[in-house]
Design a protein around this ligand. Structure first.
Ligand code: XMP
Length: 326
């Protein structure tokens, strides 16, 4: 029978068998999946695990600081933070195609992990065990939607599945590959992770990079980061966090519309709010948020975010729309 206790025991045994006396690194994103994967591997191999948090510059406001603080406090894992903003922005320059963005981001993640691997080995000195394993928080739906399931179409390349480069030097450790999100949350609880981590809404590894429709630039990221922070703040203030699965905020960077602000004409970009309800992200419905909360978000975003003069609500279920726009 399926119990979270059995899952933990079984996975810890499998991880020990797979990793042996070698070292592993785990890409930590701040989300539930990678946090639970890291906690499982930490339980299995202790301090032979180093977590690597890649700050790719595509994170939301305050996110990097939160990971540094909360996750380490909760688990005591060794954490290496890599500032890779330049690298990701350079690699993404001029790219608008969603699948191309996803593949570039997936590849750059791995290049950063390789660099971290070399540093960890160097720090360990000549008697250090080598790092051959990369832990990822891949879930069952990520595998299916990246075309890894049998008989399924490739909907989009999740950064940790279809986005991996072909010359990958690591062996993958993916203890959550057969689980859905709600099961991962239960495993996280069983492992004693705090509620703030276990109940976090999903956020995609490629971050805001796949929430800018068009080319990703630093200026556009700044706009989107501001709009996203306002939406999150208001949803939290209204007590709606537990009622929605997640709420992507999307910048339509290549679209402009005419508006009027003060006494002048504006020609700015629209921001899309995409609040959804879901059980497992395989299907979803748009959330019927209270109009007054939507109004507040809209007013604040258009007042406070430069170059944004319109806020629109996405009322599409999945299918036919996916949750993220790219
Ligand atoms: P879609 O857009 O496919 O999203 O309906 C389903 C769920 O997966 C998240 N998502 C990702 N998570 N890496 C991730 O870690 C990715 O590349 C990725 N793409 C989408 C999305 O936020 C939603 O929860």
């Amino acid at each position: 029978t399926w119990t979270t206790h059995n899952v933990v025991d079984e996975q810890v045994a499998l991880i020990r068998e797979q990793v042996g006396d070698k070292r592993a690194i785990c890409g930590l994103s701040g989300g539930v999946d990678s946090a639970v994967a890291a906690a499982l591997v930490n339980k299995a191999i202790g301090d032979r695990l180093t977590c690597v948090y890649v700050d790719h510059g595509l994170m939301r406001k305050g996110e990097t600081e939160q990971v540094e603080k909360d996750f380490v406090a909760a688990t005591g894992v060794q954490l290496k933070v890599v500032d890779a903003k330049e690298r990701f922005l350079t690699a993404l320059a001029g790219v608008s195609d969603p699948e191309q963005k996803r593949k570039i981001i997936g590849r750059e993640f791995i290049r950063v992990f390789e660099q971290a691997q070399a540093e960890i080995v160097a720090e360990a000195g000549e008697h250090g065990e080598s790092v051959e394993f990369l832990v990822q928080g891949t879930l069952y739906p990520d595998v299916v939607e990246s075309g890894g399931g049998t008989g399924t179409a490739n909907i989009k390349s999740h950064h940790n599945v279809g986005g991996l480069p072909e010359d990958l030097q690591f062996q993958l450790v993916e203890p959550l590959r057969k689980l859905f999100k709600d099961e991962v949350r239960m495993v996280g609880q069983e492992l004693g992770l705090p509620e703030e981590i276990v109940q976090r809404q999903p956020f995609p590894g490629p971050g805001l990079g796949i929430r800018i429709v068009g080319e990703v630039t630093e200026e556009r990221l700044d706009l989107l980061r501001e709009a996203d922070a306002i939406a999150r703040e208001e949803l939290t203030a209204a007590g709606l966090d537990n009622q929605i699965w997640q709420c992507p905020v999307v910048l339509l960077a290549d679209v402009r519309s005419v508006g009027v602000q003060g006494d002048g004409r504006t020609y700015g970009h629209p921001i899309v709010l995409r609040p959804v309800s879901s059980e497992d992200a395989m299907t979803a419905d748009w959330s019927r948020l209270p109009y007054d909360v939507l109004a507040k978000i809209s007013t604040r975003i258009t007042n406070e975010v430069r170059d944004v003069n319109r806020v629109v609500l996405d009322v599409t279920s999945k299918p036919p729309g996916t949750i993220e726009w790219e």
